[in-house]
Design a protein around this ligand. Sequence first.
Ligand SMILES: [Zn+2]
Length: 902
Amino acid sequence: MSEAPGQAAASPSTPASAPQRPAPPQVIRREDYCPPAFGIDRVELRFELDEDVSTVHATLALRRAPGAAAAAPLVLDGEGLVLRSVAIDGRTLGPEAYAQDAATLTIAAVPDVFELRTVVEIRPQDNTELTGLYRSSGNYCTQCEAEGFRRITFFLDRPDVMARYRVTLAADRTRYPVLLANGNRVAAGELPGGRHFATWDDPFPKPSYLFALVAGDLRCHAGEFTTASGRRVRLEIWVEPENIDRCEHALRSLQRAMLWDEQRFGREYDLDIYMIVAVSDFNMGAMENKGLNIFNAKYVLARPDTATDDDYEAIEKVIAHEYFHNWTGNRVTCRDWFQLTLKEGLTVFRDHWFSADMGSPAVTRIAEVLALRTAQFAEDSGPMAHPIRPESYVEMNNFYTATVYEKGSEVIGMLRTLLGDAGFRRGMDLYFERHDGQAVTCDDFRAALADANGRDLEQFGRWYSQVGTPVLRARTTHDPATGRFTLRLEQAPPLAAGAGREAAPLLHIPVAMGLLAPDGSSLPLQLVGEAAASPGETRVLELREQAQSFEFVGVQEAPAVSLLRGFSAPVELDYPRSDDELARLMGADPDAFARWDAGQELARRVLLRLCDDAVAGRELVIDERLVTACGRVLADPRLDGSLKALALTLPNERILGQHQTIVAVEGLHRARQFVVRALAEALQGPLRAIYSETAPRGPYAITQPEIDRRRLHNLALGYLAALGDDASVALAVAQFKDADNMSDSQEALACLIEVGGPVREAGLAEFHARWRGDALVLDKWFTLQAVSGHPDTLERVLALAHHPDFTLANPNRTRALLASFGLRNQFHFHDASGRGYQLLADKVCELDPHNPHVAARLVSAFNNWRRFDSGRQAAMHAQLQRIAGLPGLSRSTQEIVARALV
Ligand SMILES: [Zn+2]
């Protein structure tokens, strides 16, 4: 599954302890895992889909697991199901033979091998939670991960119960001409009363969370792929009729992903057909159901006038992610939900690698680290801090988090760094060979990688239980007389309180590094006692002790140290180097990531100093070193447009706030606005030249050079528009009017929103009039206003919450306005009046009874409330308490709120 768009989730937890709760929800613990008492060999499902009540007939071939107690009852999961009948081996059971409560169906006496038949009724049209079987735009679809299948039929709804499924759908032919499920279609035909049916058979055993069905009026954009062994696979992208011209990019992305997984990992697709269905109402990004992916439409539909370059890249990445799950997740799945990172961390790692291979590795890496630092580091330092393999949870859906996904991917990345590409591939091959068709654990994965390489990864395994962001301390000494340079590395527990400071076990940390001479050239990397320097300009040091010293020889002049090249470990670096050393790295480091990172650190220091000045009421003066460094970047012919744009994008206010004990909300905003303007003034000449040099020269094309060009073009526009002079505003107005693509149009509108006044109103009105019938584009209209820094943003967001086009019923629209505001607009959300908090809390209360999963994600905007001043703390605390006291609050939201309040 892919995370929800544009935000990091919250997390799992220890016991909920809101005082208002008489009976805290049950806490599930990893250590309590027990194998299932029954296995299921075969599943036959028949769905009678109707407008009012839908009926699900289930036939399960069950057998008692070897070693399970002979008298153990059969306990099936089931929620919100109306039971019509239950039969064992053809004999209908009387009500005395079973017991049903809100979550289970228990049958006391069952044979060792038997057939269970149940008939239940459900009402998909009333399902606003969007898990299980529900309706979106009049079509039926499903979302079963993690525990949605139990809302469809009674079942052993856990990932370690894998079975073969045969599924028949029956529905009205006119309203639902398309009937899809997992696997291959084996039968179809007419039924009396204008109905029809289709039967699908999936030959691969799978856990219930990978079940899917779709019924609706959809159109297909088809293609095909021939596998390395010569099998032809039909590819189908299913969308609502009006979107049929927006599928080509998704199809091409799928074909590229299929080829890449064969070339990089030797993995072929296994069914005759691969289907993707786009739906408008979806809680997450997308879902990897076997052979029948169901996607948030945001990650399928693209046309140049409706999708930005970022959208195109995100679609390619998410399509690939779900495809890669066919091996890492579906063929080899998780034993239990605590192992979620086994499939998600690994698959995110694979989609990152794929994106790097398809586009620019440096740009891809920078974007990943930015996302990690913004969302995951924040999660790590707040009340929801948890290991990538959590120890407990109340509501599984709360733990599809940045930690499990993004940090989980970083952990796999460290394994690749330690084992090398070839060693990593050997380990993956062994993992698939050993575990194909099984439900396994993170330890099984690590054992395969260790065994295939003859490496000891015991200590490395501690990353799976480690909480918080570890600190890597670096100190250096240089002796010019002997030419010896010593790098002392030390690992320290996370800075955040309560993140396991005392009991932090020593980690195995790969540190990729290099040394630069004063002239910017790379120095040979030879340690004392080595006969020769290591090949290349980067080497990986392995830190396994609390502290280790590495002594390099042949270093005549004091070098600049480039540390954590490629961000080789998810740690916070504590290395007090001079601004000049940073400037040297920023100008010359051969590692593009490290260059960018040095620039970010330099900018961060400047911004934090200016923030202090702003808070103290001192005059703000721009640091000329930053201006010079930015000017050099703009003029550097070795950097492409995307890298320049990333280098010139200052750290966001949320990242800056993480470096303060108490977040200085106004000071940070003022400092950042000031620096943007000061850079725009100082670099006006080059920026204007770049803006005109990078003007479009032909029709829109989604190629890397063109993406690079547009990014630089729009970066220049953003800076110039910050000047607010007539000439610059005219550039934005003209670009908005002339743009033939959404990237240029959206960026121009964003500039006009910052400028404010009549140009903003005209731009917003025009954009709205043009796109009001297009939900995905209209989401952008909401988001651009929600993330704006313009002084009246809070007022506008409050008004937009009552806009006729705003609805809490659609997760994308909810996120477009409220999550964007609460999680991405630190300055205005944390307005001292507390009205931003009030709005978010009101909406959480309103949404929770209908869609607790999205409500729980929204409420996580309050997670870091203790990081703010006492007035803001009190205001956020009051809202959290109000939510905690809500009668009937969902388990999902309650878990997040209770953790925040502890
Ligand atoms: Zn996934």
